[in-house]
Design a protein around this ligand. Structure first.
Ligand code: PA5
Length: 354
């Protein structure tokens, strides 16, 4: 197996430096927070009673994370639209936020174009592309991302601006303290999971080693649901591996019944259970019982507890651990974590089909 403590491995398999992009997450969160605090929302944007975030893949997950955070305190319905068509309930009190790192994603451009024909308030988060052009032509405020990275590694710039915007709209409370705590937690965590920390002390390297050659299934719950999804998508895109996620308590009503067959599959699976003491007490009991059921089914698994106090820190500490774990898993798979050639190929083929 690849030696994760050998620096030559990093240069050979990660020439574009995904490890640097992942390692920049804490600092980028801080910079994105400062940027959004100085961003001025137009006056007419105060009277909002529903929010829709349009986006796909690495640009949509920030909306899911925000949704998890806001659901703990907000009365405003929030949804993430990952499709070509805008939902029909959009009206003059809806804020539509289009989030696309490249500004070229066709599903996001399609639903955003539909939003232009509605009285909804609109906002764009992007580095440029068609999204920036369309927003500019229609006098729609743009939060410009000025950070070079694959979209999924620019998470700080698709998620943290949403926290700031929701705060400005009064949909969630002031998150300044939570952002500061989160950045500190991520910085502290960094030295224990980045590539400079040896395998024997490094929880992410160890977990990647256990996940290697297994099909990863991530379990989450409540406000950790988006973190579970993020683990799945990072294992897909960084590690170039199959992965799935499931959510408590729903998984206790179906997934657990499927532990029996195919019989040969059990040895191939590895279930990661993302947990926080802030989850519903009955859900926490379900984690314990489900771990017992996984043991009985001879499925390898591990419970991982979130770090920090605030929900924001807890979510992001798990995201950060998952990002690093998926990174090491890419190296163990002897594949470059940076490019996503198959997505590029699909986008090119779709463009040809127009
Ligand atoms: O991580 C990725 O590269 C993808 O999931 C992209 O985020 C997705 O294809 C959407 O592209 P964009 O983020 O540029 O809108």
């Amino acid at each position: 197996m690849i030696d994760l403590d050998n620096s030559e491995v990093y240069q050979r398999l990660d020439p574009a430096g995904m490890r640097e992009r992942i390692g920049e997450l804490p600092q980028q969160c801080l910079e994105a927070w400062q940027q959004v605090l100085s961003f001025k929302l137009p006056k007419g944007y105060s009277n909002i009673d529903r929010i829709i975030i349009l986006g796909m893949g690495g640009s949509a997950i920030g909306g899911d994370l925000l949704n998890c955070l806001a659901s703990l305190e907000s009365e405003t319905p929030i949804s993430v639209c990952r499709d070509y068509d805008l939902p029909h309930f959009v009206d003059g009190k809806t804020l539509v936020i289009a989030s696309s790192y490249s500004g070229m994603t066709e599903e996001t451009l399609s639903s955003f174009s539909q939003a232009l024909t509605t009285p909804a308030k609109k906002l764009a988060i992007t580095t440029g592309g068609r999204l920036k052009d369309i927003a500019g032509q229609n006098d729609i405020p743009i939060l410009t991302i000025d950070y070079k990275a694959p979209p999924r590694a620019a998470l700080a710039h698709s998620f943290i601006p949403l926290v700031g915007i929701y705060q400005k709209l009064g949909i969630i409370s002031d998150k300044s303290k939570d952002v500061a705590e989160m950045v500190q937690i991520l910085k502290d965590q960094q030295s224990t999971i980045d590539d400079s920390c040896p395998l024997k002390l490094n929880a992410a390297k160890q977990l990647a080693t256990r996940l290697y050659s297994h099909l990863a299934i991530i379990y989450g719950a409540g406000f950790l649901s988006a973190a579970a999804r993020r683990w799945k998508t990072q294992i897909n895109e960084n590690s170039k591996a199959w992965a799935f996620y499931e959510i408590f308590p729903e998984l206790n009503h179906n997934a657990v019944v499927g532990y029996e067959f195919p019989t040969d599959l059990a040895q191939m699976l590895f279930v990661v259970l993302l947990r926080s003491p802030h989850l519903h007490p009955r859900t926490l009991i379900r984690y314990k019982l489900t771990a017992e059921m996984l043991s009985n089914a001879k499925v390898s698994h591990e419970i991982i507890d979130a770090k920090g106090e605030s929900p924001l820190s807890q979510m992001m500490s798990l995201v950060f651990l998952g990002d690093w774990t998926s990174y090491y898993l890419s190296l163990l798979n002897e594949t470059d974590p940076y490019p996503v050639k198959i997505i590029d190929f699909l986008k090119k083929r779709l463009a040809e089909e127009k």
